[in-house]
Design a protein around this ligand. Sequence first.
Ligand code: OSB
Ligand code: MG
Length: 371
Amino acid sequence: MKINQIDVHRLRMPLKSPFETSFGRLTYKDFLVVSVHSEDLIGYGESASLPFPIYNEETTGTVSYMLKEFLIPKLFSIDQIDHPEEVSKAFEPIRRNNMAKATLEGAVWDLYSKRKGISLAKALGGYKREIEVGVSIGIEPTVEEVLEKVERFIYEGYKKIKVKIKPGFDIEPIRAIRERFGQTVNLMADANSAYTLDHMHVLKELDQYNLLMIEQPLAHDDIIDHSLVQEQLNTPICLDESIHSVEDARKAIELGSCKIINIKTGRVGGLMEAKRIHDFCKSKNIPVWCGGMLEAGIGRAHNIALTSLDNFMIPGDTSASDRYWDLDIVVPAVILSSPGKLEVPDYPGIGYEINEEAFNRYVVERETFTN
Ligand code: OSB
Ligand code: MG
């Protein structure tokens, strides 16, 4: 494949309701969609970035800058692309900026699988035809509001309920959910790095609630102290923010810092690295699941394809489009095929078309680069 044109679109898409975490409150998603053109085919990639550098160091602005200044020129410098792995290899000398790399690499994966005439899932080596999914609930103003959301999502059949916690808003919502909905709900908590080792007593108390896992209790860049938490808890620790590569995963697993890993393509620099982490974890009997960044339809489609790999054993955060959007940028919108399940499309590439009208409604900037 020779890529002759790349378009970078910036979109601003209002969320149905605000999403709050320990690091801030989102009312809309500000992100990029890149399209890569090769002859008659177009591949699409979506940035996982947020408007502020608080989940990680990137923002939609830095992703845009990195694409224009470094990554697009780098991609244009490759004469012939036989496999997306060559793109991820070409990006390797550039340090970090994983969300920027993943945006463009993801678009090339879509293009590659369309060229091959196979689904992205198949191109990645996935065989599942349906995946089980869960839902992530932000920090709500009151425990009662958390309970209302949990009730709705259980009713919709979601297979895992994840709630965000922070110091002062942790034991109470978890206890209330267990009291109201019982022990059988697949329940987990995501702390987004809001705790320190001084909070061990809180984490130990959370250990009493039969949680599926506690996600990223300690610092975003820690893989050492998490082993001290894991040592003292029965509940598995899952790492999100701390894992940027298969090397990070290896170290965390060797140190006993987690028993589960959340894989986000954006955070790890692309689908190639995501698959490497998946494969490594599988060889170590560490289950993985696919995290989310409030994706619109293109990002959701990439997540579904990735989750079709067999060691994605735990329902991920890829809920249906209507979790966040009144009108998604893909057709059909992502919908549950049966309660708590999504079908893995069997069409070439990501398996969803762009809803041009919706897409154009959300675009605030666009730029075209030619090779
Ligand atoms: O930590 O998993 C996280 C959203 C933004 C930033 C970080 C996280 C999240 C989510 C939302 O939990 C998951 C989703 O529904 O996409
Ligand atoms: Mg998380």
